[in-house]
Design a protein around this ligand. Structure first.
Ligand SMILES: Nc1ncnc2c1ncn2[C@@H]1O[C@H](COP(=O)(O)OP(=O)(O)O)[C@@H](O)[C@H]1O
Ligand SMILES: [Mg+2]
Length: 253
C-alpha cells in the first residue's frame, strides 16, 4: 500500500505520536488528567473496560478533540496544525460505522479518501472500484451503504481507511461486528500494513502478539508492555472482579 508524500512530515528527533500532560473533559466527565504517553511502537493494542477512555484517546490522536490542558503532537509538531497541513496523516476507523460513513453508496464513500491525494472524482471512483474488485466485492460498488449490515458497514470503514492510506491508522474496536472470516482478513491486513497501527479491542487474541499493549483503566494507564503480559494481567483482573461479584441466584434471593 503506497503512503503518499502528502502524508510525510518534516522529520524530527521524535518520530511518533506523543501526549504530554493531557487533561481531557467530555461533558461533565474528566476522562484524562495529566496523561503522558509516547506512542512510537509500530503496533500498539489498547484494551480496557467500557468507558476506560479508548475512544477518547483516539479522538485526541486524530485531532477530533482538543485537550483542555497539555499537548498532542506528531513528530514534534502540534497534531492539530500538522493535520490541517497534511490531511492524510492520521486516520480513524470509528467504533460506530455510522459516525464515519458520509456518502450514500460504497463506491462514493471509498472514493472520498482518495480526493486529498489529488485524484479527480472519476479517477477516485475507478480506484475505489478496483479495490472492491480485488476484494471480491465488486458488486458492492453501487450498493446503498444503509442496505448493508453493521459488520458489512464496518468492512466499508476499513476499506475507506486502507484506500486513503494515512501514515498512522487508529482502529477503534474494528473487530466488534465482523464475522470470523472478516476478523481473520482484517487481522491479516493489519499485519501487512506498512503504517503504524493502533487497535483498541476486547478480542484480546488480536493484540496478544503485539509488541506493546496499553491497558487503560478509568482514564489512567494501568499497564503498558508486551501484549502477552498485559493481556494476561487484564484477564486475571477481570476474573478477580467477577469472582467478587454477587451471583444471580443470590440477587434473586
Ligand atoms: N460524547 C460524550 N460526552 C460526554 N462524555 C462522554 C462522551 N463519550 C464518552 N464519554 C465519557 O468518557 C469516558 C471515556 O469514554 P470512552 O472514551 O468512550 O471509553 P471507551 O472507548 O474505552 O469505552 C466515559 O466516562 C464516558 O462516559
Ligand atoms: Mg470506545
Amino acid at each position: 500500500m503506497p503512503v503518499s508524500p502528502e502524508n510525510s512530515l518534516p522529520s524530527s528527533s521524535h518520530g511518533g505520536l506523543r501526549l504530554a500532560g493531557v487533561t481531557l473533559r467530555r461533558g461533565i466527565t474528566t476522562v484524562f488528567e495529566d496523561l503522558n504517553l509516547d506512542l512510537n511502537t509500530r503496533r500498539i493494542g489498547l484494551i480496557g473496560d467500557n468507558g476506560a477512555g479508548k475512544t477518547s484517546l483516539f479522538r485526541l490522536l486524530c485531532g477530533l478533540d482538543l485537550p483542555q490542558a497539555g499537548s498532542v503532537s506528531i513528530a514534534g509538531h502540534a497534531l492539530h496544525a500538522a493535520r490541517a497541513q497534511h490531511p492524510g496523516l492520521v486516520g480513524l476507523m470509528f467504533q460506530n460505522p455510522d459516525d464515519q460513513i458520509i456518502f450514500p453508496t460504497v463506491e462514493e464513500e471509498l472514493a472520498l479518501g482518495l480526493r486529498p491525494a489529488g485524484l479527480s472524482r472519476q479517477q477516485a471512483r475507478e480506484q475505489a472500484r478496483a479495490l472492491l474488485a480485488r476484494r471480491g466485492l465488486a458488486h458492492w460498488a453501487e450498493r446503498a451503504v444503509a442496505s448493508l449490515s453493521q459488520g458489512q458497514r464496518q468492512q466499508v470503514c476499513w476499506l475507506s481507511l486502507l484506500i486513503a492510506a494515512p501514515r498512522v491508522l487508529l482502529l477503534d474496536e474494528p473487530f466488534a461486528s465482523l464475522d470470523l472470516p472478516g476478523q481473520a482478513r482484517l487481522a491479516q491486513d493489519i499485519a501487512q500494513a506498512p503504517q503504524q497501527v493502533l487497535v483498541s479491542t476486547h478480542v484480546l487474541d488480536h493484540v496478544r502478539g503485539f509488541e506493546r499493549v496499553i491497558w487503560l483503566e478509568s482514564g489512567k494507564v494501568r499497564q503498558d508492555g508486551p501484549g502477552a503480559r498485559v493481556c494476561t494481567a487484564y484477564e486475571a483482573d477481570v476474573a478477580l472482579r467477577l469472582a467478587s461479584m454477587p451471583q444471580l441466584e443470590h440477587l434473586h434471593g
